[in-house]
Design a protein around this ligand. Structure first.
Ligand code: PXP
Length: 239
């Protein structure tokens, strides 16, 4: 199972002062030394953390999977086709949100997302759709023609006890369904050092995409160690 490390929040700290430190590129390099199998960055329309310069440099310097998270809008599609990341993950984007709050609305945005998936996949770049753990969204992803999905684990991460157990069941069902209909399946959002094992234990998952908890721990113990520790937990969960 691969671990894609999202380094957006290294850039968040940089943008707090508008200078050049800390550089998400250095964050990516240290994450790779720690064992990251991929690097994820979200180029948001408002450029609140990752900048176009970061994406360009990462494309040149990151040898592992470079996953570009983006909204399915014309500007971003143009950038993706030019920069050619290894994977594009389409996410919904609202200007006022603190982070990606839910999965894509495939019912309302079907035509727009389908067009984006086709434009990007036609150029040989696989597209993953970030979706809520719902069977309807899994089926809609297949219909839309995406080769991959990322199941949103935010609800699972934000709940406890019985409610968390229910959310875990939803995540498991969505993953099973997606695998059954031939999609590649990832999971992510809100995963941390205490809740990752149960998700890592789910059979058939291709990868996990984790950002905030790793960057938070990296502030205190360093990126390399923070990634190593997460990799160890993922491995332990799989046993
Ligand atoms: N996957 C997707 C699609 C995301 O949008 C994000 C947040 O940028 C993540 C995973 C990582 O979430 P977190 O930072 O909570 O680990």
């Amino acid at each position: 199972m691969i671990l894609g490390v999202n380094v957006d929040h290294v850039a968040t700290v940089r943008q707090a002062r508008g200078g050049s430190d800390p550089d998400p590129l250095t964050g990516a390099a240290l994450a790779m030394i720690g064992g990251a199998d991929g690097i994820t960055i979200h180029l948001r329309e408002d450029r609140r953390h990752i900048q176009d310069r970061d994406l360009k440099l990462m494309r040149r310097l990151v040898p592992v999977e470079l996953n570009l998270e983006m909204a399915a809008i014309k500007e971003m599609i143009g950038i993706a086709l030019k920069v050619k990341p290894d994977l594009v993950t389409l996410v919904p984007e609202k200007r006022a949100e603190l982070t990606t709050e839910g999965g894509l609305n495939l019912k309302k945005k079907k035509t727009q997302i389908k067009k984006a998936v086709k434009a990007i996949q036609d150029k040989g770049i696989p597209v993953s759709l970030f979706i809520n753990p719902a069977i309807t969204d899994v089926n809609a992803s297949k219909e839309i023609g995406a080769s991959m999905v990322e199941i949103h684990t935010g609800r699972y991460s934000d709940t406890r006890g019985r409610r968390q157990a229910l959310e875990l069941t939803k995540v498991k069902k969505a993953i099973k369904m997606a695998l059954d209909i031939g999609l590649l399946v990832n999971a992510g959002h809100g995963l941390n050092y205490s809740n990752v094992k149960k998700i890592a234990a789910i059979k058939g998952l291709r990868g996990l995409y984790i950002g905030h908890s790793i960057v938070s721990r990296a502030v205190f113990i360093g990126m390399e160690k923070a990634v190593k520790e997460m990799k160890r937990l993922i491995k332990a969960g799989k046993r």
